[in-house]
Design a binder for this molecule. Structure first.
Ligand code: SF4
Ligand code: SF4
Length: 72
């Protein structure tokens, strides 16, 4: 799955680092390895791999992530 690519720069994925509490769930549920933990915060390390599946949004306990499924 990690090799699948989509259109560049069209994902609606947004991560609000201020809200992130560092649980790392997004790194576990994302099928595209878009996130990586850096210290206590999640970071978007492969933005263009996002396929807007919504798994990260549904599992983030602090609502730090937003995406509009199927827009990009
Ligand atoms: S929407 Fe899906 S593919 Fe995109 S970052 Fe979240 S879990 Fe990963
Ligand atoms: S799931 Fe949400 S709170 Fe947890 S590390 Fe990811 S962005 Fe931060």
């Amino acid at each position: 799955m990690e090799d699948l690519r989509y259109l560049d720069d069209v994902s609606t994925l947004v991560l609000d680092k201020e809200k992130c509490i560092g649980c790392s769930l997004c790194t576990e549920v994302c099928p595209q390895a878009v996130f990586e933990m850096q210290g206590e915060k999640a970071h978007i390390v492969d933005f263009n791999a996002c396929m807007e599946c919504g798994a990260c949004v549904n599992n983030c306990p602090s609502k730090a992530i937003s995406v509009s499924p199927g827009v990009g």
